[in-house]
Design a protein around this ligand. Structure first.
Ligand code: RB5
Length: 151
């Protein structure tokens, strides 16, 4: 059986960031649209200082409530906003640094939210990680029981 992608073209993908991630968020939102996803942008929309937990929670809640199939969150390091997203039940947010971790987040962890640090990796690396994340299916098999234990 072919295991599922995090989202397929036509699905809604929610995206959010704080001020440190807003520029990268805009780039990635364009990439998601070009990949055929409907983009639900929960903000922030400018460079004024905001609190990353608000945007991590907004993306995660959209996924949990079924308004989006998967999500993308960006802050300076990706750390704070991934922690925020992971506090919502059913969310598996993976902080990814390259295409290898993006692929593993999907194949081994069935991550449903991609987290990126705009001050940590280059926009090019982030864009490649995004493409990898949304084109890599969950591996299933031995990984399925482990993911189930995450709750
Ligand atoms: C904002 O300055 C910064 O703390 C935030 O973007 C993020 O890196 C937190 O984890």
């Amino acid at each position: 059986m072919t295991e599922a992608l995090a989202a397929t073209p036509g699905d809604v993908v929610a995206i959010g960031s704080d001020h440190a991630g807003v520029e990268l968020k805009s780039t990635l939102a364009g990439d998601l649209a070009a990949m055929g996803f409907k983009v639900l942008d929960v903000g922030t929309n400018g460079t004024a200082s905001v609190d990353y937990p608000d945007f991590g929670k907004a993306v995660a809640t959209a996924v949990k409530d079924g308004k989006a199939k998967a999500g993308v969150v960006v802050c300076g390091t990706g750390i704070g906003i991934s922690i925020a997203a992971n506090r919502v039940s059913g969310i598996r947010a993976a902080l990814v640094h390259d295409t290898f971790t993006a692929a593993m987040a999907r194949e081994h962890n069935d991550a449903n939210v991609l987290a990126l640090g705009a001050r940590v990796i280059s926009p090019e690396t982030a864009r490649n990680a995004l493409k990898t994340f949304f084109s890599t299916p969950f591996g299933g098999g031995r990984h399925a029981g482990r993911v189930a234990k995450l709750g």
